[in-house]
Ligand binder design. Structure first.
Ligand code: ATP
Ligand code: MG
Length: 240
């Protein structure tokens, strides 16, 4: 579903991503971890062109990311993304937040878009919040709206960037449960997260980044029980 080959990125003089090679198969669940500043967010933001890479190739669903705006649009339609901060429109209701893109981007009739939105709000277990504004919801509920909003576009791939790290502990589980369900349904997922319990149960592969490089990559059992790289060992000793 995603191919990243010999990809480099610079912010000005700063070489932030160095020779990234990653291939994600359809239905695969990847967890990305690593210290702060290692380039995790930058890497996943490159996948839907929120950031631009300068060297190498990124191919999503058979389409290579270049300056071609049409291709960027095409890729963004297939790739959903959830961030740490939910980025909901505060002046729109939950239902409007969820139906906006299907109406404007997919040209779906409003009634149909709202029907689809309700279906996903039910899936994330907050259909009763549909007519509230984001500011009237808890953090966990807002994040579930953000996930439902992405799902309304029927993405083929979901990118998550620390979706639970701004949440109070009691709300983390409700968001992780939604992500686990998505994984069980076969969604292709790339998740930047420090929720190692989630990584152990859900990930097919765990990727460890440090200083802009993928330093280690393994299935979770090996990754956690038998890390090879010293930097991975140090990182795991600090967070586990
Ligand atoms: P965290 O765990 O704290 O979220 P991260 O692994 O997601 O960290 P990135 O946000 O990808 O790290 O940042 C990687 C490096 O790039 C950091 O050193 C950061 O300071 C730098 N950086 C990020 N965004 C920019 C930008 N827009 N301009 C310049 N440098 C940036
Ligand atoms: Mg980050």
């Amino acid at each position: 579903a995603i191919e990243i080959k010999a990809m480099h990125k610079w912010y000005g003089q700063f070489h932030v991503l160095k020779d990234i090679n990653l291939s994600v198969r359809h239905g695969e669940r990847i967890v990305i971890c690593g210290p702060s500043g290692s380039g995790k967010s930058t890497m996943i933001r490159c996948i839907n062109r929120l950031e631009e890479h300068q060297q190498g190739h990124i191919i999503v669903g058979g389409i290579e990311l270049t300056d071609d705006l049409k291709k960027i649009d095409e890729i963004r339609r297939e790739v959903g993304m959830c961030f740490q901060h939910f980025n909901l429109f505060p002046h729109l209701t939950v239902l409007q937040n969820c139906s906006l893109a299907p109406i404007w981007v997919r040209k779906m009739p409003k009634a149909k878009a709202e029907e689809v939105a309700m279906k996903y709000l039910e899936r994330v277990k907050i259909p009763d919040q549909a007519h509230k504004f984001p500011g009237q919801l808890s953090g966990g509920q807002q994040q579930r709206v953000a996930i439902a909003r992405s799902l309304c576009m029927s993405p083929k791939v979901m990118l998550f960037d620390e979706p639970t790290s701004a949440l109070d502990p009691e709300m983390i589980k409700e968001v992780l449960d939604v992500m686990i369900e998505l994984a069980e349904e076969g969604m292709t997922m790339l998740c930047v997260t420090h929720e190692m319990g989630f990584a152990k149960t859900v990930a097919d592969r765990v990727i460890f980044m440090d200083e802009g490089q993928i330093v280690e990559e393994n299935e979770p059992g090996e990754f956690f029980n038998n890390p090879q790289n010293d930097r991975t060992k140090l990182f795991l000793s600090q967070i586990l």
